[in-house]
Design a protein around this ligand. Structure first.
Ligand SMILES: O=C(O)C1=C[C@@H](OP(=O)(O)O)[C@@H](O)[C@H](O)C1
Ligand SMILES: C=C(OP(=O)(O)O)C(=O)O
Length: 441
């Protein structure tokens, strides 16, 4: 591995083997920070993710007057909850490109009311938020677009909530429903709040993470499947005292795929059978491709069994980890199809287009549909300089193309702008180097 500020060169690796301790889950970290801030009482958070996405949440909370401390240089944080009453009513908040920060904060700040502006990097201003804003404004909240309609930046004022029955579309991002659920206890202490989902809901397992963490902060949600969610009256967030953040299951996917492609065993520590993250189900896809997976309560391990089998499956439930399958498909015995992944188009970049373009550079034949991708592996993986589109997952996924698999060898891969991994995993390439050399990190 050679580092350079603008690119990183990965040499082909014969084998992937070793153990990686995962950084904390992004989804759990940002939910926990917000709930701890809104709760009554103090929360000690262990193993919070250190990354751009959590940094923007921490900085936003600070600007809103929420007090928190980092314990030394560790990833332990103490958050002093404000019990639903923010000390500062006017703030300009930079949200980077963190969907898990801007969406839940928009709903919480709209429910609390004040004078807040939320903006981010230029791509954030192309990521839709209209379904969430519509849901909030329809019940009397006051959110305006200061740029393009339907997209950040946003200006939030103090509204007057006139009904506690809300409706939200769930077919663009599940984060809109997550945002409404988390903000619901702030909307009415003495009345039930009901959220109805209109049409299809994507990325469903992320809603389970939301409900799980709300429960840990003492708020129970009653539900009718995926159609309707009610937050009974008289509930407020109360700190559980301590929260341990699990390792990130999406981050785990790169190492597990490495084990499945290039020998293994590769073990990840920090997520396993007990995980609340939907992305642990990535291992089911690897198993379908022929890898052997073993698991404990808090770890998972992948070993390869020779040539990977092509896969044709619906990946709506694991949109982030599915990107890893698209690159693992380079090592399969035939064409693989990833279905129902339309949400890729509105994430850090248009991930369907980006994935198709970069997979072609390494020699694959790729068919790109509105909401699917078909990847036919090349006879030989070709050396290429991979553009990453300021998308951490593009950078992490394409490291895998440097691995030697049973069906075909890896190639020298140049990753352009490798620092974009800081969105969720600043040390990714060190961890990747360690398993390709078979070390424990
Ligand atoms: O709620 C969450 O923590 C997330 C939900 C998913 O987004 P969508 O619901 O937009 O698919 C996922 O892609 C994102 O990385 C994290
Ligand atoms: C889609 C992602 O991020 P966000 O939380 O910003 O939506 C991601 O991490 O892959």
């Amino acid at each position: 591995m050679k580092t350079h500020p603008h690119h990183l060169d990965l040499q082909p690796a014969l084998r992937a083997q070793g153990t990686v301790r995962l950084p904390g889950s992004k989804s759990i970290s940002n939910r926990t920070l917000l709930l701890a801030a809104l709760a009554q009482g103090t929360t000690r958070i262990h193993d919070l993710l250190a990354s751009d996405d959590t940094h923007v949440m921490l900085m936003a909370l600070q600007k809103l007057g929420v007090q928190w401390e980092q314990v030394g240089e560790s990833q332990e944080y103490i958050v002093h909850g404000v019990d639903g009453v923010l000390p500062i009513h006017q703030a300009d908040l930079f949200m980077g490109n963190a969907g898990t920060a801007i969406r839940p904060l928009t709903a919480a700040l709209a429910a609390i009311g004040g004078d807040y502006t939320l903006h981010g990097v230029s791509r954030m201003h192309e990521r839709p938020i209209g379904d969430l804003v519509d849901a909030l404004n329809a019940v009397g909240m006051r959110i305006e677009y200061t740029g393009q309609q339907g997209f950040p930046p946003l200006h939030i004022r103090r509204g007057q909530i006139h009904t506690r029955r809300m409706q939200v579309r769930g077919n663009v991002s599940s984060q809109f429903l997550t945002a409404l659920l988390m903000a619901a206890p702030l909307m009415a202490r003495e009345e039930v709040v009901t959220i109805d989902v209109i049409g299809d809901l994507i990325s469903k397992p992320y809603i389970e993470i939301t409900l799980n963490l709300m429960r840990r902060f003492s708020v129970e949600v009653e539900r009718d499947g995926w159609q309707s969610f009610s937050i009974p009256a008289g509930q407020r967030y109360v700190s559980p005292g301590e929260i341990h953040v699990e390792g990130d299951a999406s981050s785990a996917s790169y190492f597990l795929a490495a084990g499945a492609i290039a020998g293994g065993p590769v073990r990840v520590e920090g997520v396993g059978r007990d995980s609340i993250q939907g992305d642990v189900r990535f291992v089911e896809a690897l198993e379908q491709m022929g890898a052997t997976i073993t698991m404990g309560d808090n770890w998972m391990e992948a070993t390869s069994n020779g040539v990977l089998k092509a896969i044709d499956a619906d990946f709506n439930h694991i949109p982030d980890a599915a990107m890893t399958i698209a690159v693992a498909a380079l090592y399969a015995d035939g064409p693989s199809t990833l279905r129902n992944i339309g949400s890729w188009r509105v994430k850090e970049t248009d991930r369907i287009a980006a994935m198709a373009t970069e997979l072609r550079k390494v020699g694959a034949v790729v068919e790109e549909g509105d909401d699917y991708l078909r990847v036919t592996p090349p006879e030989q993986i070709k050396a290429a300089a991979i553009d990453t589109y300021d998308d951490h997952r593009m950078a992490m996924c394409f490291s895998l193309a440097s691995l030697d698999g049973a069906a075909r060898r890896g190639a020298p891969v140049r990753i352009n702008d490798p620092k974009c991994v800081a969105k969720t995993f600043p040390d990714y390439f060190d961890a990747f180097a360690a398993i390709t050399r078979g070390e424990l990190i």
